[in-house]
Each structure stands twice: as structure tokens, then as C-alpha cells.
Design a protein. Structure first.
Length: 181
């Protein structure tokens, strides 16, 4: 923040709403698309897109705009996904919090890397998330589950990330960009 002495005009209500909307954009976009993907619109692989969207969104925004993707928003997103996916409540909240922690822990390195390095990091994170989801669901089912649904979910997440990230990058640099003082 600029700390130069002087008289500054008081921010108007519209200015404060603009700053708040830019701050809340990543979390609200993530939640809104999750709700949209839960609607019966008949898109093939629609159910697998929910975790892919949530993983990609939390991973991207935790690296490039961490103030707009705090842990409480990640937790709320995970709970929303748990309720929409009708799985064990808390599973995606845990997975997304782990993704958030990994992205935040490595963000200083990842933010300076090119797209393919960031995507490779996402591939590793998505693989871990899919494995953890499969393992927890197997424990809750009390028997060995077929890995194919988890592998398909992983493939959807990895394949969709470049498209999703390009949209996130445009939003991050466009109108939804944080205001520079």
C-alpha cells in the first residue's frame, strides 16, 4: 500500500464495492460454477467436472491470488462440493484444503514458473487428490473399489486445466484483477 503523506479522498461506496467484488471474485466464481455443474443440463462427464473445476480453481487462485482464496473459502467450497456430489461430508473439504496448503507452500516458486511447470504441479496435486478420494471412498465402502472412476476424474482434471487456467489468467489480468494502488 502506498504510504505517501497527503490528503486523499475518502473511498466512495461504489469504489469499496468494486474492491470487494474483485476480492470475492475467485471464491464466488468457483461456488457459482459448482452449483451450475450440479444442475441437470445433460453434459457428458458433468459430475466429474465438479471436482476438476474445484481443484483447478483452488490450485490456480491459491498460487496467483492467495488473499482472494483464503482457507475458510476453500473449506466452504469443499463443503459445497461435498453436498452437491452427495459424497462423504468433509472429504472434498479436506482434499481442497490439502491442495490449498500445497499450492500456498509452493506459490513463491510456482508463480515464477512457466505454464507447463505449473501444470505439472497440478498433475501431481490432482493425482494425489484422486488417490486420496479413492482411498477414503474405499474405506467408507469397506471393500476394494474399481479405480476407473477416479482415474477418469483425474484425466478430466488434468485435461481441463489448460482451458480453465487460460480463463483464470484472463480474469486475473482483466476486469477482475485486484486494484493497484
Amino acid at each position: 500500500m502506498d504510504r505517501k503523506p497527503g490528503i486523499r479522498p475518502r473511498p466512495t461506496l461504489w469504489h469499496r464495492l468494486d474492491v470487494a467484488s474483485r476480492f470475492l471474485f475467485p471464491g464466488l466464481l468457483t461456488a457459482g460454477v459448482l452449483v451450475l455443474l450440479s444442475a441437470p443440463i445433460g453434459v457428458p462427464g458433468q459430475a466429474q467436472m465438479q471436482p476438476a473445476w474445484a481443484l483447478a480453481s483452488v490450485y490456480f487462485w491459491s498460487i496467483y491470488r492467495p488473499a482472494s482464496m483464503p482457507a475458510w473459502a476453500v473449506f466452504a467450497t469443499g463443503l459445497l462440493l461435498d453436498l452437491l456430489a452427495q459424497g462423504p461430508v468433509g472429504l472434498f473439504a479436506l482434499i481442497l484444503l490439502l491442495v490449498h496448503a500445497l499450492a500456498m507452500g509452493n506459490r513463491r516458486v510456482l508463480a515464477r514458473q512457466g505454464f507447463f511447470s505449473v501444470w505439472a504441479g497440478f498433475v501431481a496435486v490432482a493425482a494425489g487428490a484422486a488417490a486420496l478420494e479413492w482411498a477414503v471412498n474405499a474405506v467408507f465402502a469397506w471393500h476394494w473399489l474399481a479405480p476407473w472412476p477416479g482415474l477418469f476424474e483425474f484425466a478430466v482434471a488434468v485435461g481441463a486445466y489448460p482451458l480453465l487456467a487460460s480463463g483464470f489468467i484472463r480474469a486475473h489480468q482483466g476486469r477482475a484483477a485486484p486494484e493497484q494502488a
